[in-house]
Design a binder for this molecule. Structure first.
Ligand SMILES: [Zn+2]
Length: 138
């Protein structure tokens, strides 16, 4: 049973080069199967996105190199907050970020963000108060 997965639409056309997107083994990207083994990949350029294990549900939007880099940067600012603060869970951290971004919490996934939103998230999480989970606004 699949439960509690927020469904991002399946990519059909690449948003970067307009070529078609296929559901395929991620060995096409990494040279060997990695993680759950599957992904959506553009047939022309190097953009792709993984899927939730055992499903064909994409983790988010098709990502090119720039988007992947931005996502990585956001995670490196986001993850320490719930990993280091005992009283903040991962869910809480997402809720706080959603509030600061003024978006619904069920849309608050880095994999779903476009470049503009990733830049906004990065800016918010670069501020000092983010380290404490947004508790000490200044
Ligand atoms: Zn493409």
């Amino acid at each position: 049973m699949i439960k509690n997965i927020d469904r991002y639409p399946v990519p059909i056309v690449c948003p970067y080069c307009n070529s078609s997107v296929i559901f395929t083994s991620n060995a096409e990207i990494y040279g060997r199967q990695y993680g759950n083994g599957m992904c959506y990949k553009c047939t022309e350029c190097n953009s792709y996105v993984g899927v939730h294990t055992g499903t064909k549900i994409p983790l988010g939007r098709l990502a090119d190199k720039e988007l992947r880099e931005l996502k990585k940067e956001c995670h490196s600012l986001f993850d320490p907050v719930w990993q280091k603060n005992k009283n903040i869970t991962r869910d809480m951290a997402y809720r706080i970020l959603a509030e600061l971004l003024e978006i619904p919490v069920n849309e608050c996934h880095f994999g779903w963000f476009d470049k503009k939103t990733l830049h906004r998230a990065k800016q918010i999480m670069s501020k000092k108060y983010w380290e404490s989970g947004g508790n000490e606004k200044s």
